[in-house]
Design a protein around this ligand. Sequence first.
Ligand code: NAP
Ligand code: ZN
Length: 350
Amino acid sequence: MSNTPAYAASAAGKPLAPFSIERREPGPRDVVIDILYCGVCHSDIHQVRDEWGGAMFPMVPGHEIIGRVSKTGAEVTKLKVGDMAGVGCMVDACHACPSCERGQEQFCEKGSAPTYNGTEMDRKTPTFGGYSTRIVVPESFALAVPKNLDPAAAAPLLCAGITTYSPLRQYDCKKGDRVGVVGLGGLGHMAVKLAAAMGAEVTMLSTSRSKEADAGRLGARAFELTTDPATFEKLAGRLDLIIDTISAPHDYNKFLGLLRPGGTMVLVGAPPEPTPVAAFALIGGNKRLAGSLIGGIPETQAMLDFCGKHGIVSDVEVIPIQQINEAYERMMRNDVKYRFVIDIASLGQA
Ligand code: NAP
Ligand code: ZN
């Protein structure tokens, strides 16, 4: 299927511009999805700017994809033409290794195929993401999107949603738990909504006083400014779990001081530069510093079903693709409430 309109960066840090890609003809187990909406993740910015290293160009970003199935291969059973389907950060994996068998395809021993900035499992064919009008994926990597969710607002669930849902589940977030969410952006606002829906008492830890009212509306019980040293005295030893979504380097040690003994701080934000961690910030209180990478396909489906049940979607600002470079600049200034989502219909327009 040649001539699929897209937006691409031609080299590291270059602005995104119109581009044309080729999508494969669907095989027997593939579905073709006509993309309606694609969320804009901070990971798109890190990768377009090659901040994590090893970036492949031209790059068509986008891994928060929602669209309608327009064609199905002969062996497809789960989805049919016209269904709303989602694609997240992966488009394939080996399906056979212990990680894949556990439903943790993100840790596939052969290396899963990322939705963009990587290759298919043949390790040759480059993958291109959701800033494009259609995508072809194996049915097993297409998620069923609950019918009651608005598709534009549901798109960010495919990355921001699963990336925050997974650590909340891994560390058994439940009613009455005191959960701190650090950074109120795309991931942060989903963490607040999801933790609140699980019954946690959420404290928002932010550098932006202007976001205080929003944090309360999203479900946080408390809001504390991390630019104020008094916050770290007031909350010392109080939190059971911290989900850290900050995209830039910052001092983890200060936040570890907010955990109760045995508490866990999970890094999901992925600043490119390393940050020193003091042994005593962990030893004093048997604390754990953990990381978490997106989530596997079964857990992503469970997250979507949870969001369907609780009516949870992202707070979005829908933009035409022609505004994508400006949207990146606004995200760098923390000026987004709370996720940009591209209306892919704009790709067909001049
Ligand atoms: P985002 O929408 O840009 O939000 C990041 C938030 O972090 C900002 O809104 C801001 O919140 C805070 N922040 C930004 N710069 C800061 C600084 N210098 N100091 C302190 N706080 C700062 O980004 P996102 O899309 O949520 O992504 C966040 C991070 O998660 C990125 O690094 C992304 O690559 C990573 N990520 C990881 C995974 C994974 O699997 N682990 C998946 C997706 C994304 P306040 O204004 O409230 O302070
Ligand atoms: Zn993402």
